[in-house]
Design a protein around this ligand. Structure first.
Ligand code: PGA
Length: 256
């Protein structure tokens, strides 16, 4: 099977005003010009910065992702944003179930499930995040937790086009802590997730779905992670906020 095309995605979280986002995107476009790399590149700005990023990235290889969406297409849901709104603003991807949403905003496996459906309905590629906490890892229940998150998040949803379904394994203990999973730890989990996906949706689907690693990905650790067979890219937080770091990750992780 041809190698899956990797994705390097920058998750800006609640960083960058529209002005800062425009400056970053112009810098990134300029820095990427003339470079060759083998990955898809995405940035996930806060909602208010999406239009300016889309506009500055037009004609470049940079795609845009939302960081969240509501599971309904419209309605009386103050403070929420729909899939159609993201799509019309120029997003092609949407992050769903990030651990910060699970930890601080009541996201559950069942809301994740409804949001994946909403993404598909609105022609957005979901980046379905899952991962265990430090307590869960230390209690030896990592695989059990991940199996539950994957099965409930997926529910009865069928994956029509596996190239348009992305999973991000983000061990909670590695996010923003500088404590990256070792390539061996990450590969072990990625292989497990691919096996679980094969059990749930068949080998063909499992073989084509991209599984990204997230958690303190940096220019100097990305290459070893990317050498692992089942790691198909990175979901990058802190190191996606500076053009030089983000380009370093693309260059080190995904040379042409
Ligand atoms: P980090 O964040 O790279 O800052 O650890 C990753 C993420 O939360 O997606």
């Amino acid at each position: 099977m041809a190698r899956r095309q990797p994705i390097i995605a920058g998750n800006w979280k609640m960083f960058k005003t529209a002005g800062q986002a425009a400056e970053f995107t112009r810098g990134l476009v300029a820095d990427l010009k003339g470079r060759e790399f083998s990955c898809e590149i995405l940035v996930a700005p806060p909602f208010t910065s999406i239009p300016v990023v889309v506009s500055c990235a037009t004609g470049s290889p940079i795609g845009v992702s939302g960081q969240n969406l509501h599971w309904e297409d419209e309605g009386a849901f103050t403070g929420e944003v729909s899939g159609a709104m993201l799509r019309e603003s120029g997003c092609s991807y949407v992050i769903i179930g990030h651990s910060e949403r699970r930890q601080f905003f009541g996201e559950t496996d069942s809301s994740v499930n409804k949001k994946i459906l909403a993404a598909f309905r609105n022609d957005l590629v979901p980046i379905f995040c899952l991962g265990e906490t430090l307590d869960e890892r230390e209690a030896g229940i990592t695989f059990q937790i991940l199996r539950g998150q994957l099965a409930t998040g997926l529910g009865a949803i069928s994956i029509e086009d596996p190239k348009r379904f992305v999973i991000a394994y983000e061990p909670v203990w590695a996010i923003g802590t500088g404590r990256t999973a070792t390539p061996e730890q990450a590969q072990e989990v990625h292989a497990f997730l691919r096996d679980e996906l094969a059990r749930l949706r068949g080998h063909e689907v499992a073989g084509a779905v991209r599984i990204l690693y997230g958690g303190s990905v940096k220019p100097d650790n990305v290459a070893r992670l990317m050498e692992c067979e089942d790691i198909d890219g990175g979901l990058v937080g802190g190191a996606s906020l500076q053009v030089s770091d983000f380009v370093g990750i693309i260059a080190q992780g995904c040379p042409a």
